[in-house]
Design a binder for this molecule. Structure first.
Ligand code: NAP
Length: 267
C-alpha cells in the first residue's frame, strides 16, 4: 500500500526535472512557479517584468531558479533562451506557455495596434515557444509542453473578440503541435482557465487610473459564481495544479487536449 501510494505520488512530482514557465512574473505563471517548486522542479522563470520575476523567485526559495527577462514575441530571443536552458541545465523537461496580455475590446471598437500586439504575444509568442521547446525536446526524445488558453478560445463571449481569436489559435497550435511532436515523445496539451482574479483580469474592474472599483469587482465575482454550476470562483492554484498534471508523468498517455478549468462555466 505504502509503495503503491509512493508510486502514485511520484507520478505527479517533478524532482530532477527542469521546467520553463513564461509569464512567471505575475498571476497564474507566478502560482505555477510556486506549485512546480513544491513538486520538486528546477525552474527557469521567464517574463518581460524583471521585478515580478524576482518576487516570484523569492516565493520559490527552496527550488533552483533562474530568471530570464525575455519577450516571447521575439522569435530569436525565444530560440536563444531554449539554447541557454539546455546549455546550463543540460535538459528541458517541461515548458509552460503562460505569458499573455489581456486587452479586451469588441469587434466594433478594435484598435489596430493593440490587436497586432495581442496576436504577436498571445498567439505567435506561444507558437515560437512551442517551436523552440519542440526543437530541444526532439533531441532528448521526451518532454511536455503546456499552453495556457482561455474559455474565450472555444466559445463566444462579448467584448473578447481578438483576445478570443488568439486563444482559438493557441488551441489549434496545441492540437497541431501534439500531432507533429508526438512521434518524438513530446506531449502538448493546454489548460483553458475560466475567470481567475489576477493583475490581468483585475483590469475588468479598474478605472483608467488603475483604481479598483469595489462595486464592479463584487458584481464580477457574483457573476462568475453564477456561471459555475459549482457556485465558486477559481483561484490561481486551480490552474497551477492542472498545469502540473500535464507537465508530469501522471498524464503520460494524454496529448493534444484542451482542458477547461472553469468550475464548469464552459461546459
Ligand atoms: P498576468 O497576471 O498579467 O500575467 C501575465 C504575465 O505575462 C505578466 O507578467 C506579463 O508582463 C507577462 N507578459 C506579457 N507580455 C509578455 C511577453 N511579450 N513576453 C513575456 N512575458 C510577457 O495575467 P494572468 O491572468 O496570470 O494570465 C496568464 C495567462 O492566463 C495568459 O495567457 C492569459 O491570457 C490566461 N488566462 C487568464 C485568465 C484569468 O482570468 N486570469 C483567464 C483565461 C486565460 P506585464 O505585466 O509586464 O505585461
Amino acid at each position: 500500500m505504502g509503495d503503491d501510494m509512493n508510486r502514485t505520488m511520484r507520478a505527479f512530482r517533478l524532482d530532477g526535472r527542469v521546467a520553463v514557465i513564461t509569464g512567471a512574473g505575475s498571476g497564474l505563471g507566478r502560482e505555477a512557479a510556486r506549485v512546480f517548486a513544491e513538486a520538486g522542479a528546477s525552474l527557469v522563470l521567464v517574463d518581460i517584468d524583471t521585478a515580478g520575476l524576482e518576487q516570484t523567485a523569492a516565493l520559490c526559495k527552496d527550488a533552483t531558479t533562474t530568471i530570464e527577462t525575455v519577450d516571447i514575441s521575439d522569435r530569436s530571443a525565444v530560440d536563444a533562451l531554449a539554447d541557454r536552458v539546455v546549455a546550463s541545465a543540460g535538459r528541458l523537461d517541461a515548458w509552460i506557455n503562460c505569458a499573455g496580455i489581456g486587452y479586451m475590446h469588441s469587434l466594433l471598437a478594435a484598435d489596430a495596434e493593440r490587436a497586432a500586439k495581442l496576436i504577436a504575444v498571445n498567439m505567435m509568442g506561444a507558437f515560437w515557444c512551442c517551436a523552440a521547446a519542440g526543437r530541444v525536446m526532439r533531441e532528448q526524445g521526451r518532454g511536455a509542453i503546456v499552453n495556457v488558453s482561455s474559455g474565450g478560445g472555444s466559445g463566444p463571449a462579448r467584448g473578447v473578440s481578438i483576445y478570443g481569436m488568439t486563444k482559438a489559435g493557441v488551441n489549434s497550435l496545441t492540437w497541431t503541435s501534439a500531432a507533429e511532436l508526438g512521434p518524438y515523445g513530446i506531449r502538448v496539451n493546454a489548460v483553458a482557465p475560466g475567470w481567475i482574479e489576477t493583475p490581468m483580469s483585475s483590469l475588468m474592474y479598474r478605472d483608467e487610473r488603475g483604481e479598483v472599483d469595489l462595486t464592479k469587482r463584487q458584481a464580477i465575482m457574483d457573476q462568475m459564481e453564477k456561471v459555475s454550476p459549482l457556485g465558486i470562483v477559481g483561484e490561481p492554484a486551480d490552474i497551477a495544479y492542472a498545469l502540473l498534471y500535464f507537465a508530469s508523468d501522471a498524464s503520460r498517455y494524454i496529448t493534444g487536449q484542451v482542458l477547461n478549468v472553469s468550475g464548469g462555466a464552459t461546459i
